[in-house]
Design a binder for this molecule. Structure first.
Ligand code: FAD
Length: 397
């Protein structure tokens, strides 16, 4: 693997940075979601430049010279600067459609995603099926030309401003649990679909609001079935492999670390300078090494993604990134004392960003299959350790 950036990649990154410098306004900043007219417009401007589809072939609205790394460079720069990101729509959903959907579905949805027409919700979780997505119960009953759905999902972020749901439903209740699930693309305006807000502990701009989504005899046309019926669990696993590195980039952690170091460099408590304290310096140096590891793990997943789905690399990236997020929060509380936990006011370090990190650390640990699942993937697929039934799985390489 070549970890160096090519001149083409460096040039594209510079172009993106220039765009962000010129186009990012206060109305755009502060959320990873494309959830307001200003944020939609900002992302649409990038779409008009052809940036959203740069990693995909031209016939789907992509590029005459597909450049797969472009989407990660773009997402990282957006994440680094606190702008809305394209990781979910492009990195997860478009990538999975491209790999598993029919030609007709690719032609319908990929150009739309690359033009930034309509946002997406990932609609998987149910009260008894979170980490263990194989336990999904919400049924889609096959009625011939359509499927009928009655039931509910919860924790569905983006559902209150999405146009489409990327939805997992049980299509065969009698099959072994992983073999009876299918994925559908569902129009949010479908009759029979309704919402109720769920608030979480984070604040606006984080995943403060998610949703319960209810279905009452909702009809999904058969043409909205993604790929093959009952293969949905495997498609979800593939989508999660992308999600573990393509939605959030490590760049935002680097940005946060840089801010922490700068805060220490400037902090002065009546002549006492924490940056001179050996314990503080050691803690910051240790974190610098860990941030560098995170950057490399992400780069490894991105490099691998150009050739195949990077399951193990994505799991390493996910487990490490979420762990580092926790450690930042802990560092803030340990070293900054009461200031570290402040969410606002003149004494809160960089606008309360570390309090956010602390509050959302739990989410990062469970989202996208989570840290525990990621470690299980590493244990089984990379190290060849036995699974719960005692059967070793051969490492993939
Ligand atoms: C803010 C927020 C936003 C979310 N957004 C979305 C969304 O947009 N779409 C969506 O579909 N879902 C979303 N989720 C749901 C999220 O994916 C689930 O919370 C997550 O999958 C965990 O499921 P659970 O809450 O049922 O916890 P559980 O599955 O009960 O897990 C609880 C704990 O047990 C651990 N655990 C569970 N099983 C195992 C195992 N086999 N081995 C080791 N450890 C295990 C988990 O890692 C976790 O720490 C969101 C959640 C939050 C908090």
């Amino acid at each position: 693997m070549d970890f160096d950036w090519s001149p083409e990649e460096i040039a594209f990154r510079e172009e993106v940075r220039e765009f962000i410098r010129t186009e990012m306004t206060d109305a755009v900043k502060g959320s990873i979601f494309i959830d307001t007219p200003a944020r939609v417009e900002f992302v649409t401007k990038m779409a008009r430049r052809g940036w959203l589809g740069m990693g995909f072939p031209e016939q789907y609205g992509g590029s005459p010279n597909p450049f797969p790394l472009a989407q990660f460079i773009l997402n990282a720069e957006l994440d680094r600067s606190g702008a809305p990101i394209i990781g979910k729509n492009v990195g997860t959903i478009a990538s999975t459609i491209y790999h598993v959907a029919s030609e007709e579905m690719k032609m319908e949805f990929l150009p739309m995603i690359f033009r930034n027409e309509g946002q997406w919700a990932i609609t998987y979780t149910e009260p008894n099926a979170g980490t263990d997505l194989g336990s999904l119960q919400c049924r889609a009953i096959d009625m011939g030309d359509h499927f009928e759905v009655t039931g509910m999902k919860h924790y569905i972020t983006s559902a209150h401003f999405c146009r489409w749901h990327w939805m997992a439903l049980r299509t065969d209740p009698d099959a072994p649990k992983h073999k009876g699930i299918s994925i559908f693309i569902v129009d949010h305006d479908t009759p029979g679909l309704s919402l109720s807000p769920m608030s979480t502990i984070g604040r606006e701009g984080t995943t403060h609001r998610t949703n319960q989504v209810f279905f009452d005899k909702m009809k999904i046309p058969r043409s909205r079935l993604v790929g093959e019926v009952n293969k949905g669990f495997y498609y979800m696993m593939e989508a999660l492999d992308y999600e573990r590195f393509a939605i959030l980039s490590f760049a935002s952690r680097v940005r946060r670390y840089t801010k922490i170091v700068n805060w220490y460099k400037n902090a002065d408590f009546n002549g006492e300078r924490p940056i001179n304290d050996p314990y503080t310096r050691r803690a910051l140096a240790r974190m610098a090494a860990r941030v560098e590891v995170g950057t490399m793990l992400e780069r490894m997943a991105i490099c691998k993604a150009q050739y195949e789905v990077p399951a193990v690399e994505a799991a390493m990236n996910k487990a490490w990134g979420a762990t580092i997020g926790d450690e930042f929060a802990q560092l803030a509380l340990d070293l900054m004392g009461p200031f570290g936990g402040l969410w606002g006011g003149e004494h809160s370090p960089f606008g309360g960003g570390l309090a956010d990190e602390h509050l959302m650390a739990g989410h990062a640990r469970v989202a996208a299959g989570g840290v525990d699942t990621s470690k299980a993937i590493i244990a089984r697929r990379l190290l060849g350790l036995p699974n719960a039934l005692g059967k070793p799985e051969l490492p993939q390489r």
